[in-house]
Ligand binder design. Structure first.
Ligand code: NAP
Ligand code: GDD
Length: 333
């Protein structure tokens, strides 16, 4: 495909776990990809390192632009200049626990940031299709399980409340202005590229570090918490499938399987031949003021309409993540 005929994607949050896998996926499919990066004091964008260093890709098919979600004039200018066919809106403060500590900025970026982006898209001469990364945190403590696209929302965190606003405003703009705007209601999804302060990565890294003698104990919060943990590369495939449909719609992406933090610890420590109970301790500092519960998704709509299915089991994914941590820590030892 010649570059001028290639579809053009625009990703907010390209440096994150999902943004980096989505960039890999879209480049593989022949897209030209534009990503938004924030100016920070460090140039370390390790999740994109393999693309950055490839001269066939960086600045030829992958372009990074400085902007911030709270800098609409810059974002607007880049959108006009790049004229994307598809926008994937993934940027935001994504840590639920931290959203209690930095509530205002979390809500501003996630809720108002999405509204501002919709306003920009609405003004473009040819409005692109939009995918918004919504969350199972919408549901809070649902009374029905598993949750579907029709399950009522009762968020219990500032993060969840902000995602609820963002999700609703996407459907309002879809109906009011006929934008091809879609929500993916994403349940937890993990990978070796997961941020280090999310529980799966923290546990896998802790197990590997203890095995290598680099750490004695792993300190966690609520061991009884249950989550529907999927695999991030599967989720980004779902994002792309969502935008390829003729009608804009919302889809749940989930595995339908629940595991506890205890199961997670048992799995990760077993992967390095250790007994988790000998190494894990609990500290109330990692408990949250209120906590979502009973979050397990029903992906029937995504399966039947998009042909989407998960490619990994929880056990395979945790084994892969623990192996990746073990290999990385062994090299740095
Ligand atoms: P992540 O790894 O934390 O990545 C977040 C991305 O947002 C990073 O690229 C980050 O940039 C960027 N960002 C944060 N604040 C920004 C700002 N003010 N301006 C511009 N960019 C900003 O999150 P993820 O796991 O990839 O998740 C992607 C999206 O899906 C998020 O919106 C998250 O809330 C949502 N989601 C995730 C899950 C999950 O299980 N992963 C489930 C449901 C929904 P820096 O690299 O500069 O920090
Ligand atoms: N982070 C963390 N650290 N969580 C812990 C710990 C710990 O030491 N100990 C227990 N947990 C529990 C949390 O209380 C929560 O119940 C569960 O492990 C998962 O926590 P996280 O990995 O931080 O993920 P999350 O479920 O709060 O949020 C993620 O999934 C959401 C979708 O439901 C994030 O990716 C959100 O951005 C996403 O929307």
């Amino acid at each position: 495909m010649s570059l001028s005929a290639a579809p053009v994607a625009f990703i907010t949050g390209i440096t994150g776990q999902d943004g980096s896998y989505l960039a890999d996926f879209l480049l593989e499919k022949g897209y030209v990809v534009h990503g938004v990066v924030r100016r920070t004091s460090s140039l370390d964008r390790s999740r994109l390192g393999h693309l950055y260093t490839d001269p066939e890709i960086h600045n030829r098919r992958l372009f990074l632009h400085y902007a911030d979600l709270d800098d609409p004039t810059t974002l607007r200018r880049i959108l006009f200049k790049t004229a994307p066919d598809e926008v994937y809106h993934l940027a935001g403060q994504s840590h639920v626990g931290l959203s209690f500590e930095i509530a205002e900025s979390t809500c501003d970026l996630t809720a108002m940031g999405t509204l501002r982006l919709l306003e920009m898209i609405r003004d473009l001469p040819k409005p692109p299709r939009l995918f918004h990364a919504s969350s199972s945190e919408l549901f809070g403590k649902p009374t029905v399980a598993p949750q579907t696209e029709a399950t009522p929302w009762q968020p219990v965190s500032p993060y969840g409340a902000a995602k609820a606003f963002a999700t609703r405003i996407v459907t309002i703009y879809r109906d009011a202005y006929r934008l091809h705007a879609c929500n993916g209601i994403l349940f937890n999804h993990e990978s070796p590229r997961r941020g280090e302060n999310f529980v799966t990565r923290k546990v896998c890294r802790g197990a590997a570090a203890i095995k290598l003698g680099l750490q004695d104990k792993l300190t966690l919060g609520n061991l009884d918490a249950l989550r529907d943990w999927g695999y991030a590369p599967d989720t980004v495939r779902g994002m792309w499938l969502t935008l390829q449909q003729p009608e804009a719609d919302d889809y749940v992406f989930a595995t339908g399987q629940l595991h506890s933090v205890r199961d997670l610890a048992a799995q990760a420590f077993a992967a390095v031949g250790l007994d988790w109970e000998a190494h894990v301790e609990v500290n109330a500092a990692f408990l949250r003021p209120t906590e979502a519960a009973n979050l397990v998704g029903d992906p029937t709509k995504a399966r039947t309409r998009l042909g989407w299915t998960p490619s990994r089991t929880f056990e395979e994914m945790i084994a892969e993540m623990t192996r990746a941590e073990y290999d990385a820590l062994s090299k740095s030892k």
